[in-house]
Design a protein around this ligand. Structure first.
Ligand code: NDP
Length: 361
């Protein structure tokens, strides 16, 4: 049952980043309606969320913020309070991820945000703002990766405790596409990784998760990973073509890991490249592409066109229940955002973190 959001108060809380000499200075402050930028929709923000990019912005570890002062938060979900757009009315429940919020435009870590209507999508029926931020940019990215793999023909194969690893000759010479190789998810304990494991396993893929932390292994199995392997195994320099191990992959690491994953992907397989926690450089050869017809699929959740966004959110609503997300989502207040950002840039992020603004505890 919907109830009208509170009218905007005289002042409200926000996390603000100010330019500093070494790193940005973050403070929790109070703003008024007049401080907000002039856009066509005012949203009462229930929750924001923490993504690796937010952690880079807040700690200053990466060049994310384009101008100061900046309200960080590349995600928000809440309720429309005022709108001069014909597309939204007060009371509508909305999501905004990407489109430069928290980078170029003020973001989600404030109790109110004034945003562009064309950047909003409705919260899917049957889901709420908390669910939306448990998913957030990380979940949207994981879904875009899964959809890209799907479109590239990387479909679920029958589950098997002993996945068949075919000889290279068979696959390359005949062009045959062995059906039972696993799908790999790298940086699996992180936001993108953990949701990718959940979604792929839920869709029926045999999922191998790669992780640098042993303590995460039971967690990854609980999400549906059939096997977990050491992060280090994939960091080793690769020959142009290695033994075929993967039908496809969702990679958030980049660098030498992505180069190895490409060399280990089977004939006709595909790799969705989402992130760069291990490095932005990619040193590889064309061999996986020209001898194995491997496809490297780019994923960008920031500028995803509306139609694809809507399709991805609808599919997320069907495939990720609140119960599934509950096990790997924690909620923090604004006061804990900086500490969490430091954890994430030091590689200790796990699952999803929702930031509570005006949503219920
Ligand atoms: P998180 O901080 O939630 O997770 C990162 C995970 O990466 C960690 O949990 C850890 O998992 C692993 N990791 C950490 N350090 C290293 C390292 N040095 N080498 C290899 N693995 C490491 O981040 P997100 O899931 O939010 O983001 C992951 C990546 O995806 C980032 O690069 C981010 O910028 C990118 N991204 C891209 C998007 C797009 O639209 N393309 C959207 C969202 C994110 P484990 O311990 O299991 O190894």
């Amino acid at each position: 049952m919907w109830s009208m959001p509170d009218p905007i108060r005289e002042s409200f809380r926000a996390l603000i980043l100010h330019e500093g000499s070494d790193e940005p200075r973050a403070e929790i402050t109070t703003l008024t309606r007049r401080d907000l930028p002039e856009e066509d929709v005012l949203v009462e923000v229930a929750y924001s969320s923490m993504n690796y990019k937010d952690a880079l912005a807040i700690t200053g570890a990466g060049p994310v913020v384009r101008s100061y002062p900046m309200v960080p938060g590349i995600d928000l979900a809440g309720t429309v309070v005022e709108s001069s757009s014909p597309d939204y009315r007060p009371g509508d429940r909305v999501i905004l991820t990407g489109w430069g919020i928290g980078e170029v435009h003020w973001g989600g870590m404030a109790e109110y945000a004034c945003v562009r209507s064309e950047h909003l999508v409705p919260i899917p029926d049957g889901r709420d703002a908390f669910w939306a931020m448990s998913v957030g940019t990380a979940g949207l990215t994981a879904m875009l990766a899964l959809m890209a793999l799907d479109e590239a023909g990387v479909r679920p194969a029958p589950r098997s405790p002993e996945p068949e690893i075919p000889g290279e000759e068979t696959a390359d010479a005949s062009g045959a596409r062995p059906e039972r190789l696993p799908v790999l998810v790298t940086a699996a304990s992180g936001g993108v990784g953990s949701i990718a494991v959940s979604l792929l396993a839920g869709a029926g893929h045999y999922v191998v998760a790669s992780s640098g932390r042993h303590e995460s292994w039971p967690f990854l199995r609980s999400l549906g990973a059939a096997e977990v392997i050491e992060r280090e195994e994939l960091e080793q320099p690769a020959s142009p073509l290695e033994q075929q191990r993967w039908a496809g992959a969702v990679d958030s690491v980049g660098g030498s890991t992505l180069a190895r994953v490409l060399a280990e992907t089977r004939y006709g397989g595909a790799v969705a490249s989402c992130g760069l926690v291990g490095g932005g450089a990619l040193h590889t050869t064309v061999m996986p592409f020209i001898l194995r017809a491997v496809r490297l699929l780019g994923v960008n959740s920031v500028l995803t066109p509306k139609e694809l966004r809507l399709a991805a959110w609808e599919r997320l609503a069907r495939e990720l229940t609140p119960g599934m997300l509950h096990s790997f989502t924690r909620v923090i207040p604004l006061e804990e955002v900086q500490g969490m950002a430091r954890q994430m840039v030091s590689g200790r992020g796990r699952g999803r973190t929702v930031v509570q603004l005006r949503g219920e505890a």
